[in-house]
Design a protein around this ligand. Structure first.
Ligand SMILES: [Ca+2]
Ligand SMILES: [Ca+2]
Ligand SMILES: [Ca+2]
Length: 501
């Protein structure tokens, strides 16, 4: 079955998987503790589709993560990031804010990166104030310790973290990278045991076994690098762990109807000029796809090992596990690969699993990375030091009949790197969904180009466009809707706190 079909039937497929497994699920009774432990596991550049992809032998690549849902977890079917780029997305979960409020608008330079964020008022500090022991492992934010301080020393971990096991400098390397623990620099080489994903997993298991937090609840944030490309020498596909090399050989490249789109003249100018993918381009996409899938196998094993350690140490029953990615990724859709853009790269997998989380539930509402922070804070009974632009997802998890009041749109923004702001909408009542994007290439506040995709049928078109193939921005039937969306973007682009919802 190809990737395109998974997109369409993903929800149904998942339902079948869950129903088939509910009876054999082995969930522990809910804990009475009021402050659960939280393990927040995040991948880098993982598109949501990989959640449904399989090895040629039929094994789901994300087998352990999928089992989280079957056992005691919920899947969010419309999970998005507002800014599909590493550093702005990571700053969002540290603050609970849209990028226009936390001000990290790129991965580096004067407009972004680690140095751009105010690290004195972030999630780990707020959790610590509520009694949590906090641990970070892996990639934090782009630019951490890229430049040492004037004395040649490493920069201390940002405030709020009790344990710090964080890659720095050129952090996009699976071998021959360094980790700073706040006191020592540990350098890893090129042997199989140095493979970064496994090193991060082993350290997480060590912390969970040693329990440095003693009698406190803990928050552990595990930021895996996979399936991000390897930047050791140029840009290369992520290497698999040696034990996983070649497991995707013989697979066919999934191609949705958006793959190598036949006619891109409906799209923004920088897409409309792209030539069709050549056979060599397609071979590169396929190679990248296979490496990405193989690199995710070690992540999925890591999730399994973390769960195993939680069980072995008696902590599983009071620990919530959240799994997501910092941004989505495109593999040839609309003749393009990578992140950044207001297309498929906005969408990420999101799974929450734990003692208070409904088992086998699928949440249809629009949620985004901006919501994760207020959700963590509600679980932890912690108080934020910043206005929260998102909403806690707890009502969506706990209300058995669906919530009566939820947002119908979220803001997308990437104004400096790719010049856009827009909306992703989903009206629960009508079922209608749109993706609307405004491009301002000259950054003068005057919109230069627009796109509007009607993902579902409406009064203007009898068929939906879930693969974003025919922008309707020039269709006069949509002129009033476009004006309405333009007004909404204009409002949301400076929203803060409650005005964002
Ligand atoms: Ca990323
Ligand atoms: Ca302009
Ligand atoms: Ca088209």
């Amino acid at each position: 079955m190809n990737r395109a079909l998974y997109t369409v039937i993903g929800l149904g497929l998942l339902t079948i998987i869950i129903l088939a497994n509910v009876s054999s699920a082995n969930s522990l009774p809910p804990s009475s503790a009021t402050q659960p432990n939280i393990v927040f596991i995040r991948t880098d550049d993982q598109d949501f589709q990989t959640f449904f992809d399989k090895l040629p032998n039929g094994r789901p690549v994300m087998k352990n993560v999928r089992e989280l849902i079957m056992r005691r977890g919920t899947y969010f079917d419309r999970s998005y990031v507002s800014f599909p780029l590493c550093c702005p997305s990571r700053a969002t979960t540290l603050t609970g804010q849209y990028a226009h409020n936390h001000t990290v608008l790129s991965n580096g330079g004067s407009t972004g990166g680690y140095a751009k964020l105010n690290h004195t008022n972030t999630l780990p500090i707020w959790l610590g104030q509520a009694g949590y022991y906090t641990m970070h492992l892996g990639k934090y934010m782009n630019g951490y310790n890229v430049v040492l301080d004037p004395s040649g020393s490493y920069h201390a971990p940002p405030a709020g973290w009790n344990k710090w096991f964080t890659t720095f400098g050129n952090m996009h390397k699976y071998y021959n990278y360094s980790v700073y623990d706040g006191t020592n620099v540990v350098t890893y080489g090129s042997s199989a045991s140095d493979y970064q994903t496994d090193v991060i997993t082993r350290q997480a298991q060590d912390y969970l076994t040693q329990r440095p937090y003693e009698n406190q609840p803990f928050f552990m944030q595990v930021d895996y690098l996979a399936p991000h490309e390897d930047l050791s020498m140029g840009n290369n596909p992520p290497p698999a762990a040696p034990r996983h090399q070649g497991l995707m050989s013989g697979s066919s490249l999934p191609m949705s109807p958006a793959f190598n789109e036949a006619d891109v003249s409906d799209k923004a100018i920088f897409i409309s000029y792209l030539p069709p993918l050549t056979s060599q381009d397609i071979a590169e996409v396929k190679n990248n796809y296979e490496h990405r899938m193989e690199s995710l196998l070690a992540v999925d094993e890591g999730v399994g090992k973390i769960l195993q350690t939680l069980r072995a140490t008696g902590q599983y029953g009071n620990t919530i596990v959240v799994f997501t990615s910092d941004n989505g990724f495109m593999l040839g859709e609309h003749r393009k690969s990578g992140k950044f853009l207001a297309y498929e790269s906005l969408r990420v997998p999101l799974i929450m699993s734990g003692p208070s989380i409904p088992k086998g539930k699928i949440v249809p509402e629009l949620v985004m990375n901006v919501d994760l922070t207020p959700t963590f804070l509600e679980w932890a009974s912690a108080t934020p030091g910043l206005l929260q632009d998102g909403r806690s997802l707890v009502p969506l998890l706990t209300n058995p009949t669906g919530t009566t009041s939820w947002r119908s749109d979220i803001l997308t923004e990437n104004p400096l790197v790719n010049y856009y702001r827009g909306l992703r909408t989903y009206n629960v009542s009508t079922g209608r969904e749109y993706l609307y994007t405004e491009y301002d290439y000259t950054n003068d506040g005057v919109v230069d180009e627009k796109e509007l995709f009607a993902l579902t049928p409406d009064s203007c078109r009898p068929v939906g466009d879930p693969y974003l193939l025919e922008s309707q921005h020039a269709n006069p039937c949509y002129s009033s809707l476009i004006q309405q969306f333009h007004n909404r973007v204009t409002y949301l682009k400076t929203c803060a706190g409650s005005t964002c919802t």
